[in-house]
Design a protein around this ligand. Structure first.
Ligand code: SAM
Ligand code: SF4
Length: 326
């Protein structure tokens, strides 16, 4: 088992399979983003070797993310390989959904349990503006395919950005009236080279909730008031689905964090919003023993920071979200 020095059991690993992406969301990366060359990324066998080490240390839940995980070659085989690792109970994915129409079925067959799909607006023009060139229809087809393939409950992630989609929150929330989905509203976070957009465009969860309550009346607390992952959950009275609020900026959930992240270039990061990292891929390639690698992981987990420092103005400068794995 891997514990940190504050007694938190760390058992949830998010693996970024690639920093590459087929979209360029304005809050995530610049339009002219340069990606890492493939040899710098973990190769398929390295992903499985490192995931296997974490599984031996008590990690039982793995989320595949990126960049965009579905653009990674052999994604279905990678999912199958991870799902087959002893000790791994749940493999999930965070995806922009663009390629899910064709991949949801094979991924579910390979052992994927659920998908969180990003959807920031239901307006095709705004969608294009937010993602710089995405087609809303592709994502919508992907959501239907995910549901049909049993990757449920479907969770939709919406980052709310002032001047882009803050007026869309009620229409997104409305989706939960007829669908058993969880629509999660995420406060935008600042990363390396934080843009004016990332710092000035944050729409706080309280405002998002207020906008939704103006449209539907007071929300009911769901999940007995417990966090669902990092989300505070509610529902619209009579709705089939839930609403989640992820307020990393205004009300951090660090105390209950059980996560670590493995970046696409094989670096362990124990806090999304702190720069501290431990390279695992270089020692793996240099022939380090599995015992040595396990010891490195346990030490890094032990040293996991208590929480992030956004409130004190500390912004992680060494990587952007797509390079860490959101
Ligand atoms: N490409 C996939 C996707 O978009 O779902 C997975 C990777 S993406 C980095 C993971 C999540 O991070 C997405 O839900 C995305 O909306 C969110 N995200 C990206 N940049 C963000 C930022 N600056 N602040 C908050 N969330 C962000
Ligand atoms: Fe790509 Fe996801 Fe970042 Fe959008 S949020 S640019 S889809 S990695």
């Amino acid at each position: 088992m891997a514990f940190d020095r504050f007694g938190r059991k760390i058992h949830y690993l998010r693996i970024s399979l690639t920093d590459h992406c087929n979209l360029r969301c304005v809050y995530c990366m610049p339009e002219d983003m340069t990606f890492r060359p493939n040899p710098e990324l973990m190769q398929d066998d390295e992903v499985l070797q490192l995931a296997g080490l974490f599984a031996e240390l008590g990690f039982d839940k793995i989320r595949l993310t990126g960049g965009e995980p579905t653009v990674r070659a052999h994604i279905v085989d990678i999912v199958a390989g991870i799902a087959a690792l002893p000790g791994i109970h749940t493999v999930t994915m965070t995806t922009n959904g663009v390629l899910l129409a064709k991949l949801a079925g094979p991924l579910a067959m390979a052992g994927l349990k659920r998908a969180n799909i990003s959807l920031d607006t239901l307006d095709p023009e705004k969608f294009k503006r937010l993602t710089r060139w995405g087609k809303l229809e592709d994502v919508w087809n992907g959501i239907q395919a995910a549901e049909a393939a049993g990757l449920t409950p479907v969770k939709l992630n919406a980052v709310i950005v002032r001047g882009y989609n803050e007026s869309d929150v009620a229409s997104l929330a409305r989706l939960t009236l007829d669908n058993p989905w969880q629509v999660r509203f995420i406060e935008m976070m600042p990363f390396a080279g934080a843009t004016d957009l990332q710092t000035g465009g944050v729409v706080r969860a309280a405002e998002i909730q207020e906008r939704i309550e103006q449209a539907f009346g007071p929300l009911e607390v769901a999940n007995d008031g417990q966090l669902d992952g990092e989300a505070r959950v509610f529902h619209i009275p009579g709705g089939r689905g839930d609403l989640g609020f992820i307020s990393s900026v205004s009300a951090p959930f660090c105390a209950s964090c059980t996560r670590a992240r493995l970046t696409a270039d094989g670096v362990l990061r124990t806090c999304l919003l702190r720069e501290h990292e431990l390279d695992l891929l270089t020692p793996l390639r240099a022939g380090a023993s599995l015992d040595d690698l396990r010891a490195l992981i346990l030490q890094a987990v032990w040293d996991k920071p208590w929480g992030h420092g956004l409130a004190e103005g500390e912004i992680p400068m060494n990587r952007v979200m797509s390079e860490i794995g959101g």
